[in-house]
Structure formats: C-alpha cells, structure tokens
Write a protein that binds this ligand. Structure first.
Ligand SMILES: Cc1cc2nc3c(=O)[nH]c(=O)nc-3n(C[C@H](O)[C@H](O)[C@H](O)COP(=O)(O)O)c2cc1C
Length: 228
C-alpha cells in the first residue's frame, strides 16, 4: 500500500484553483497506481487552532505534573500531525497566495509540526528525500518585469520549509492570474489566464503520472527515497 498525504489550504471549496489542480494530479496518480491511500488534511475548511502552537512548543519542556490539559492536548496534536507526514510515501501541498504571504492555516500547521523532534528544524528529517508536489495559485501576475514581481512572499517560504528543513524532493506547479475572470481591470489578461490554468493542469497530469511511476518503482524495491 502506497500512502500519499494531501494537504489543502484554500479557504474556499467551490471554484478553488489549487484544489482543482490537485484533483487533476491525484486522478492521474490514482489511475496509475495499484494500491494507494490518499490521506487528506484540509486546513482551509478545517483550520487548526493557532493557540495550539504554544502548548506544543512548551509542553515537552514542562515537567509532567505542571503541564496543563491544553498543553497535553497540543502535544498530542503535534504528534498526530507529524505521524501523518512520517507515515506517507509522497506529498501533495495545494496552497494559495493570500495577502502576498503565506496561508495562515498552513503556517500554523507548519509551526505545530516543527515542534515534533522528527521534523524539527536542525534535526535529521524523518521524511528526507521523499517526493512532494507543491501547487500554488495566485490571483495576480508576478512574472519578471511585472509591477508585482517579488511580491510573492509565500512560495519561497514554502520551498524553504519543504526542501531545506524537511528535505523533500519538491516539484512546483504554479497557476497565476486566477482572478482575471472576476476582476474587470484584468479583463485583458483573461486569455493569458486561461492558457496559464490549462498549462497547470497539463503539468499536474504529467507530474501525477511521473510520481506514480516513481512510487511503483519504490514499491517494487527499485528505489529507496529514504536513501536519497
Ligand atoms: C483573502 C484573500 C487574499 C488574497 N490575496 C492575494 C494576494 O495577495 N495576491 C494575489 O495574487 N492573489 C490573492 N488572492 C487571490 C488568490 O490567490 C487566488 O484567488 C487563488 O486562486 C486562491 O486559491 P484557490 O483558487 O485555490 O482558492 C487572495 C484571495 C483571497 C480570498
């Protein structure tokens, strides 16, 4: 059995571009894999409480008799979230750009997960070398030469955590101009936006098929991600 962990951070369900691209990737993956479980964590629709971070961070350093019930719950939550990552063979992260920065729900999740010793910054990552797909969507355009070039302060941070702290083998799929259809000032960009979206779905299909091939090889013992 191959387990794929899928995380969604869009705060909307209907019309979500990141969810739709992740669905395309997942469909391609599932149709090419023999035995797969998709383990989902939906942070957009079921956010974690940001207050859990303090308890998860300080609970382990508090003598057991002084721990509050909240701290104990927060440490259990951190352990549960880390287990979800450690028990997966591959990852799909679907995350929009919000207010030129990181999704607060994803940030809360990362903060809590980083309190677990298996995934903390500075420790050997328990999920090192495993494949991850990072899907991001942005309402505007951020390419070189555009007025907002350099304003996406999220994607670099996502890569920093996934690639440099957890040492995942990350592939990125990006969709831009997703607000063109509903923003009159972006009417002239609608053709470009449609092309961009179509390309993102093509990439998602290709990545899903390629990932399935990689996971099938790993299941057959040909590849060992942990040794990568
Ligand atoms: C509250 C909010 C803030 C947003 N902030 C930005 C932003 O700073 N820059 C941007 O390009 N798009 C921004 N957007 C647009 C989203 O990035 C875009 O709609 C994206 O497609 C959302 O992902 P989803 O389609 O999966 O829901 C924002 C959307 C919302 C709802």
């Amino acid at each position: 059995m191959t387990t794929v962990f899928r995380l969604d951070a869009s705060i909307r369900e209907a019309g979500s571009v990141t969810r739709a691209i992740a669905d395309t990737l997942q469909d391609a993956l599932v149709s090419s894999l023999d035995d797969v479980l998709i383990h989902r964590r939906d942070l957009g629709l079921k956010p974690l409480p940001s207050t859990a971070w303090a308890g998860a961070a300080f609970g382990p350093y508090t003598p057991p008799d002084l721990q509050t019930p909240e701290q104990r719950n927060d440490v259990v939550l951190a352990n549960t979230l880390a287990n979800e990552l450690v028990s997966a063979d591959a990852y799909v992260f679907a995350i929009p750009l919000y207010n030129f920065g990181v999704s607060q729900h994803f940030k809360t999740w990362v903060d809590i997960v980083l309190t677990d010793p298996r995934l903390s910054s500075g420790s050997p990552s328990a999920i090192r070398g495993r494949p991850a797909q990072l899907i991001v969507a942005r309402g505007g355009g951020y390419g070189v030469g555009t007025p907002r070039h350099g304003w996406d302060h999220a994607t670099g941070w996502y890569r920093r955590v996934l690639e440099d702290i957890w040492m995942l083998d990350v592939e990125l799929i990006e969709a831009e101009l997703t607000l063109a259809d509903v923003t009159p000032a972006m009417a002239g960009l609608r053709g470009l936006a449609a092309e961009n979206l179509a390309s993102a779905h093509v990439a998602a299909r290709e990545h899903g098929q390629r990932l399935a091939g990689r996971l099938n090889s790993a299941a057959a013992g040909v590849l060992d991600f942990a040794a990568a």
